[in-house]
Design a protein around this ligand. Structure first.
Ligand code: PMP
Length: 391
């Protein structure tokens, strides 16, 4: 039988790597209804709690009335509406760059940008732990592709010594499964000295880092000469969906001409772009959301440390608890769920073998009492799972 899908699925199941989709029966948020069960969730990326903010919902409704629901066509045909255009201008101003380009998802922004900038004869250097969309983009580009050790400027430096053609250094700003920050000042200095460009995917940094939510670049005080290509996604702290690339006039024109995932797809819903204008305003102006998140992060880290569980080096709302085996991660996640708490077990191939984890994410919608509730449940889950594994 040429396509033996059932064996393939059975193998995945046997290795505790089978993925399932919980069915969300309520709006996104920290209190959700999943598969008929009310749960306190610590696994969405709505870090600032904007996905259902009444002002964002209202803007979405108004946007639908004014600009319509469907994009209707690709941007280059007749899908580029005033709503998209205003959002691009606002994102350019927010990032302090001449222009921004709106795409339908972060995955497409990464594929489109890398493949438009490098090709055969060029070089792309990436952090080993970059998001899958960046790694896929590197492979698709046809450029010489090499991965340096995680967040290691020395390792990047040794690869920069052996490049050909145009060289693009690509890194997550905040690593999506670990929550740590890219060592951008050192990485950028190495790249600049070698004449390479740096592209940062700051999907998880925008909204959370920097005094005005300007992300990792704002956090470190870096400029466009350090990071000429800056990617943000809108499905996380912005609470909507889509992505943008911010950069020079020439960069954005190059993407409009050559980025296939931009050119050959329907534009995102104009109503969504309109709603994102409102969420951008809230993200920038409501500093209390970032401050509250910092309190939640501190409380959670302190609590997890005192439980003797293993945290990662993360100052962000992504706070993974390292568990080790996939089986143990699944058991911990199930034990939490029995106590009304939803935390996803992240397993290979999303993370390296032997590093399965509970990926806890915090949102400004959580209260300190929610964090305490999670800590109590984690203690119990850990005790139960340790007991079961020793039996
Ligand atoms: N980059 C990173 C670092 C991500 O974590 C994600 C999504 N999890 C993406 C890109 C893809 O973004 P989107 O969900 O908008 O496709």
């Amino acid at each position: 039988m040429p396509f033996d899908l059932s064996s393939r699925l059975a193998e995945r199941r046997a290795a505790h790597l089978y993925r399932q989709r919980p069915l969300l029966e309520s709006p996104q948020g920290v209190r959700v209804m999943v598969d008929g069960q009310p749960l306190l969730a610590f696994c969405n990326n709505d870090y600032l709690g904007l996905a259902n903010h009444p002002k964002v919902v209202e803007a979405f409704t108004q946007g639908a009335q004014r600009w319509g629901v469907g994009g209707g066509a690709s941007h280059l045909v007749i899908g580029h509406s005033g709503a998209h255009h205003q959002l691009e201008e606002a994102l350019a101003a927010f990032t302090g760059r001449p222009r921004a380009l709106l795409l339908s998802s972060g995955y497409m922004a990464n594929l489109g940008t890398v493949t438009a900038l490098v090709g055969q004869g060029d070089t792309v250097l990436q952090d080993r732990l970059n998001h899958a969309s960046l790694l896929d983009a590197g492979l698709l580009s046809g450029a010489r592709f090499s991965r340096y050790l995680h967040n290691d400027p020395e390792s990047l430096g040794s690869r920069l010594a052996k490049t050909s053609g145009n060289t693009l250094v690509v890194t997550d700003g905040v690593f999506s499964m670990d929550g740590d920050l890219a060592r951008l000042p050192e990485l950028c200095a190495r790249a600049k000295a070698a004449g390479a460009w740096v592209m940062v995917d700051d999907a998880h940094g925008f909204g959370c880092l920097g005094p005005q939510g300007g992300g990792i670049v704002e956090h470190y005080g870096l400029g466009s000469e350090d990071v000429p290509v800056l990617i943000g996604t809108l499905g996380k702290a912005f609470g909507t969906s889509g992505a943008f690339v911010a950069g020079s006039e020439e960069l954005i024109e190059t993407l409009i001409q050559f980025a296939r995932p931009y050119i050959y797809t329907t534009s995102q819903s104009p109503a969504l772009a309109w709603a994102t204008l409102t969420s951008l305003q809230l993200l920038r102006d409501e500093n209390w959301r970032r401050e509250h998140l910092q309190h939640l992060i501190a409380r959670l880290r302190q609590g997890i440390q005192s439980l003797g569980l293993q945290l990662m080096d993360s100052p962000t709302p992504i706070q993974p608890v390292l568990v080790g085996s996939s089986a143990r991660a699944l058991m911990m996640s199930a034990a939490l769920r029995e106590q009304g708490i939803l935390v996803t077990a992240i397993r290979p191939p999303t993370v390296p073998k032997g590093t399965a984890r509970l990926r806890i994410t915090l949102s400004a919608e959580h209260s300190l009492a929610d964090v305490d509730h999670l800590l109590t449940a984690l203690e119990q889950a850990n005790r139960r799972v340790s007991g079961a594994l020793h039996d």
